[in-house]
Structure formats: structure tokens, C-alpha cells
Design a protein around this ligand. Structure first.
Ligand code: PEP
Ligand code: MN
Length: 359
């Protein structure tokens, strides 16, 4: 009896080996099909084709498995096959770590992002006046922060809200940054402003609302200065990564990603800070990853712990909004830190032991 069982099992083992060999051969064909689809721009998932296969299989079925059992088994094979094609696709992305294993370091005005030390970017939501910018710039300079942000083109929810100082704002930003020896980041919202912006700022920010603006992404891909790409309001990580791919495939490799919170049902914070985005983006791409603790939380009382969490998760930098008199700010009045609050935030971050060089 035992011998019979063993013989039968040996038969099953043999068939399993053959099945494995056949499944692997099938996977190889699936991989090649994926490459053809990629070159022709055909979608990876083709429900019609899956239906055709299932119809063929059930027509051939002589039992003992029922048609529904066979369908179930083959659907699992389809799922695994689709996975192979999707993984192959990701591997081919220029921003993928599988394509380029080493970290990309973005450099501007002597600042390195994505290297051993994280950076802090601080500054007002909007550029409002020379005096406002100089006050912030001096506070940054005095505390050793080297990169200042400030918005000149503001994509506001309401057309009746302050829209930013435009080009005059960028000129002011440059004037003040030069006076204090700071590097600058500012958002550009229109493709026609990209060339001129490069004369005034060191990094072009693409805001959350424009992450899906593919023509703008292509245009900024032709720019000669680094880009800080914000995650879209409701963008998946896959969409975020593909937005970065638009920039890189258009020729600009100096890209930094920044998680700025996503829309969820939670009302306690302005957006939900997706901290898992940090290690996932670091794993999936070779680009520096930053976290904006202002727009993600919208709450001054938790910006420091969230910034620490970001650094602990591997973030290459933090962004925070600072205004000399937040109550009178023309945008985001409720969430910008004043200068003393910024000082306390910065001290807390430095004292956390998370800000220094990492191995
Ligand atoms: C900003 O950083 O100025 C801004 C508008 O942020 P977001 O695009 O993330 O909303
Ligand atoms: Mn803001």
C-alpha cells in the first residue's frame, strides 16, 4: 500500500516538475509579449484575450476538474503573468532603481539633495514683499538653512484669492536670495515661464495640482535646472512615479520627489501624510525624496514629530513654510510658522539626531 502511495506521489512530483517547466516557458512568452505590447503602446491587461483563453480551455476540458475550477486556476496564472509584465514595465522606467541602482544626487548652488545629509527647505507660502522675504531670509541664514522657498505663481482654489506676484515675485526672490547667499525654489505653473524662471530661481517646483499636467512636465523636462515634483492631491505612487518619468524622458534627470499629503476622509489634518511613500519611493526610484510637513499636516502642533518620522523613514529633506507674521499672510495663514516657532522646530529637528549625515 505504502509503495503504491509512494509510486503515485512520484508520478505527481514528475508532473509537477513538468508543470513548472511549462509554466516557466509560458512566463517567458508572457515576458516577450509584454515587450511587444510595450513597444506598440498596447495595454498590458486585455480582458478580451483572457476570455478567449478561458473559452478555449473550457472547451477542451474533459474533467475531472470542473470548468469553474479550471477558470479559477487559469485566472491565477493570468494574474501572475500580468504581474510579470507590470514588473518588467517598472524595471524599464528611467526613474526606476532597477534601471539605475545608485542614488541620484541633485545639486544646485552647492546644495546636495539625496546625499548623506538631509536638507531643510523653508520660506513663505507666497512671496509678498521685499521686507517679508528679507526677514525670513535672515532667519534662515542665521540658523544655517541654505534653501529658501517662496511662491510667485500661486495655484489657488478660488480665482478671487491672491494669485501671487508673478515674475516680479521671482525677481524679488532672486534679489533677496543673492543678498543672503541662499538657493531658491519656486513653483512654475505655465510652460511659457520655464525658460525665464531659470534666470531667477535654482529649482522649479511643480505643484500638486500640476503633477498630472503632462505638457508642463514635458516642458520642465527640457529645463536645465532641477525640478521638485510634488505628489498630486490624490495621486497614487505609481502615477507620481510616472509623472517623474515624463520629466526624465524629456531630458531632465535632476528630479526630487516630495510627498505633501494626499486626500483622504480624515479631517484632523489638512491632508493625510503618507509616510510609507518615503521608503516606497526610495525603493522604487533612485531619486531623492522629501516631505512637506506644512501642506500635508496643515497643523503646526505636529509638524516636528512628522518631520522626524519622515527622516526616520529615510527622507532626504523636509519642507516647511515660514512667515514673519503668519496671521497676515496672503495664503496659508493658518499653517505657516512664525520665526520663533521656526527656530523651535529647527532646534527640535537638529536635536533629534536624525538630521545629521547618514551612513
Ligand atoms: C506650495 O508648496 O506652495 C504648494 C502650493 O503646495 P502644493 O502644490 O503641495 O499644494
Ligand atoms: Mn502654502
Amino acid at each position: 500500500m505504502n509503495e503504491t502511495l509512494e509510486q503515485l506521489r512520484a508520478g505527481v512530483d514528475e508532473i509537477d516538475s513538468q508543470l513548472l517547466e511549462l509554466l516557466s516557458k509560458r512566463a517567458e512568452l508572457v515576458h516577450q509579449i509584454g515587450q511587444v505590447k510595450e513597444s506598440q503602446g498596447v495595454p498590458k491587461f486585455e480582458p478580451e484575450r483572457e476570455k478567449e483563453i478561458l473559452d478555449r480551455i473550457t472547451a477542451l476540458n474533459k474533467g475531472p476538474f470542473s470548468d469553474s475550477t479550471l477558470k479559477h486556476l487559469f485566472k491565477e496564472i493570468f494574474k501572475a503573468s500580468l504581474n510579470i509584465q507590470q514588473e518588467d514595465h517598472k524595471r524599464q522606467l528611467l526613474v526606476s532603481r532597477k534601471k539605475r541602482p545608485e542614488d541620484t544626487i541633485v545639486t544646485f548652488k552647492g546644495v546636495e539633495v539625496g546625499g548623506p545629509s538631509p536638507i531643510l527647505v523653508a520660506g513663505p507660502c507666497s512671496i509678498e514683499s521685499r521686507e517679508q522675504l528679507r526677514t525670513v531670509a535672515k532667519a534662515l541664514k542665521d540658523s544655517g538653512v541654505t534653501v529658501m522657498r517662496g511662491g510667485a505663481f500661486k495655484p489657488r482654489t478660488s480665482p478671487y484669492d491672491f494669485q501671487g506676484m508673478g515674475l516680479d515675485g521671482l525677481k524679488l526672490l532672486k534679489e533677496v536670495a543673492d543678498e543672503f547667499g541662499l538657493a531658491t525654489i519656486s513653483e512654475i505653473v505655465h510652460p511659457s515661464h520655464i525658460d525665464i524662471a531659470a534666470d531667477y530661481i535654482d529649482v522649479i517646483q511643480i505643484g500638486a495640482r500640476n503633477m498630472h499636467n503632462f505638457e508642463l512636465l514635458k516642458e520642465v523636462g527640457g529645463a536645465k535646472i532641477p525640478v521638485l515634483l510634488k505628489r498630486g492631491l490624490s495621486a497614487t505612487l505609481d502615477e507620481f512615479i510616472h509623472a517623474a518619468e515624463y520629466i526624465m524622458v524629456s531630458g531632465n534627470e535632476q528630479i526630487m520627489l516630495i510627498e505633501r499629503g494626499i486626500r483622504t476622509y480624515e479631517k484632523a489634518t489638512r491632508n493625510t501624510l503618507d509616510i510609507s511613500a518615503v521608503p516606497l519611493l526610495k525603493q522604487e526610484t533612485h531619486l531623492p525624496v522629501m516631505v512637506d510637513v506644512t501642506h500635508s499636516t496643515g497643523r503646526k502642533d505636529i509638524m516636528l514629530p512628522c518631520a522626524k518620522a519622515a527622516l526616520a523613514a529615510g527622507a532626504d529633506g523636509i519642507m516647511i513654510e515660514v512667515h514673519p507674521d503668519p496671521q497676515t499672510a496672503l495664503s496659508d495663514a493658518g499653517q505657516q510658522l512664525d520665526i520663533p516657532q521656526f527656530g523651535a522646530f529647527w532646534d527640535g529637528l537638529k536635536n533629534s539626531g536624525l538630521f545629521g549625515p547618514r551612513s
